[in-house]
Design a protein around this ligand. Structure first.
Ligand SMILES: NC(=O)c1ccc[n+]([C@@H]2O[C@H](COP(=O)([O-])OP(=O)(O)OC[C@H]3O[C@@H](n4cnc5c(N)ncnc54)[C@H](OP(=O)(O)O)[C@@H]3O)[C@@H](O)[C@H]2O)c1
Length: 324
């Protein structure tokens, strides 16, 4: 069958994203043919496009989608045509109308969660899951700091943490996002203003926070260390403002025997059991209403380049989807 797919021939800017057509073979051993109904656009897709995270070229883009199984290959045991499934991770190539995926990467989707919500938030939701419950398991009564709190991961992290009884300080760029993030933060700080680190100290009576969740990277790395309590953890999980450069390890001693980790979803969902447990925990958080993320942007598949422009220009809030 013929499918539409976004491909890049070279790393570079948004103009590298080209809509092409390609013939899909029948699913092979352990594989499934999916008709994709909604596709997630994540910040990592921009790193794959630009070459910050290089890919073998030419390459598809995108790690996340929701769809319907159209056909299954030999040896597929748990899925059949008509099943509704999703994935978040694996090899880039989600920006397509149809896709062949390994059965092992797919999770079943509860009936009551709409396709757009799944595709626009599963990767970010699973990220919030492992950050809050595995990287640094938060406890009720703690105060934490979350950067880019109006963004896709940020919104879910904050809502989920609040649902667990945690007091959340969130940072955002600008007044409009600050107003939005008030909905899921106990206090919002604008990190485009100079005094936000002092404000974190004030809000914690000088103590600092036990953990900072930081998907912004270069711009927030060093000031985040100043927000931590002694023996606190900086979970630096992304590079929206650029990659963190090497730093003096001695700073961690000077600033209070601190810890830094650079986690990725892939390592926290490496086994089938871990993947399913992480996705199910996120789906339960959605179904219970503990987490109520928004999909703020929708684009046609052909307009994927515009989705990348908007994400990089900080014009988005919540999740972003392409609709094939
Ligand atoms: N390690 C993992 O497992 C994992 C998994 C998923 C996502 N991530 C990372 O988590 C971060 C958030 O991902 P997301 O897809 O949900 O994106 P997002 O938060 O929706 O968008 C990124 C946000 O970062 C902020 N930002 C600060 N400085 C920026 C700059 N110079 N350029 C662009 N944005 C800047 C912007 O918010 P303000 O305007 O409020 O500053 C922007 O909206 C990304 O770094 C992503 O790579 C990591």
């Amino acid at each position: 069958m013929i499918c539409d797919q976004i491909l890049i021939q070279q790393h570079g800017d948004e103009n590298q994203l080209q809509l092409t057509q390609r013939e899909l073979a029948a699913p092979g051993q352990g594989e499934v043919l999916l008709r994709q109904t909604a596709i997630g656009v994540n910040f990592i897709d921009t790193y794959h496009r630009s070459g910050l995270y290089p890919l073998p070229l030419p390459s598809g883009l995108g790690l996340e989608a929701c769809g319907i199984v159209e056909a299954v290959g030999p040896g597929v045991k748990t899925l059949q045509a008509g099943d509704r499934v999703a994935y978040a991770g694996g090899t880039p190539g989600a920006y397509a109308t149809h896709r062949i995926m390994p059965e092992a990467k797919l999770v079943n989707v509860p009936r009551d969660i709409p396709d757009e919500l799944v595709a626009g938030t599963l990767l970010r939701g699973m990220t919030a899951q492992y950050l809050l419950k595995q990287t640094y398991p938060v406890s009720a009564g703690q105060t934490i700091l979350v950067h880019a709190a109006a963004g896709g991961v940020g919104q879910i992290l904050c809502q989920w943490a609040q649902g667990l009884g945690v007091r959340v300080l969130g940072t955002v760029g600008g007044a409009a996002k600050a107003e939005l993030a008030q909905g899921w933060c106990d206090a919002v700080l604008d990190y485009t203003q100079p005094d936000w680190v002092a404000a974190v100290r004030e809000l914690t009576a000088g103590a600092g926070v036990p953990v900072v969740y930081d998907g912004v990277g270069a711009a927030t790395f060093l000031p985040s260390l100043d927000c931590l309590a002694p023996r606190g953890l900086l979970a630096s999980f992304g590079n929206a403002s650029g990659a963190v450069e090497s730093f003096n390890l001695g700073l961690l001693a000077q600033k209070g025997s601190l810890f830094v980790t650079r986690p990725t979803l892939g390592h926290y969902t490496a086994s089938r059991a871990a993947l399913v447990a992480c996705a199910d925990d996120y789906f339960q958080a959605l179904l219970s209403g503990l987490v109520q993320p928004t999909v703020g942007q929708r684009y046609a598949l052909a307009d994927a380049a515009q989705a990348h422009r908007d994400l990089a220009a900080r014009r988005t809030t919540g999740g972003t989807v392409l609709l094939p």
